[in-house]
Design a protein around this ligand. Sequence first.
Ligand code: FES
Length: 285
Amino acid sequence: MKPADLVSRIGSNAALDKFAKPLKSKITDLIPGGAVKDALSGTWLGHQLHPMLTDVVIGSFTSATILDLIGGRRAARSANVLAITGVLAVAPTAASGLSDWSDTNGSETRIGVVHALSNVVGASCYVASIIARRRGNRVSASMLGLVGMGVMSVGGYLGGHLTLVQGVGVNHTFLEESSQDWKAVVDADQLEDATAKVVADGDVDVVVYGSSGWQLAVSKRCTHAGGPLDEGTFEGSGPNVCVVCPWHGSTFRMRDGSVVHGPATVPQPAYDVRVHEGKVEIRSI
Ligand code: FES
């Protein structure tokens, strides 16, 4: 059986929901939308924070284990420092990962919970490894590190699968092409006051919002996880209107697509809008 087949089985194992669903609801209560969620999501960074922090944990632990195995006595202190660095980085890494995970559904949630459990077990091995070091038992410390590294590799594989295969954390509009040419998309008299209208720009659905006096437009598909922005709520008035995604509450300024609140980290593709000869025309900003 290929590793990907095993991951598919995890994703379709509804038994995991018994554990995953209550945990997800707890995390959502603990990290609601707001400044903390934005910080953990990486809204300030321009992409997700979690993958950067995992590099610190995995890099430190792996380096510690390699030094334990082939570094000799002189590397013992460095290995110890690296193992402690990895353990210290676990809390913020787990917090950012749990925040991201709480926005997933279905198979993503199931695979994510196994990813998290693998990492908890792996990190626990490194905690035990540090204790063994303190007791002067470097052989046990090395073996515990080796086991921890193996278990965390499983967690890393699952994390990679979530991102690279299932698109968790990926900008969901990255394939949308921009065009600087004005394009007529709808008759101006079809726009109702303060009502979202979905129009097509080639293969891309665009939400036009406004009235005969002013119009704003952004891509319909939320950059965060693909939520339908036309079903969201529209706040503010005139050129300051923001759209709030119905799925996880990301808020985008419609005039330029900028992220006001996460968990989105990437701005929404936005459009210049004008009315020309009775038609609403758009072009990418
Ligand atoms: S899909 Fe998550 S905030 Fe829009």
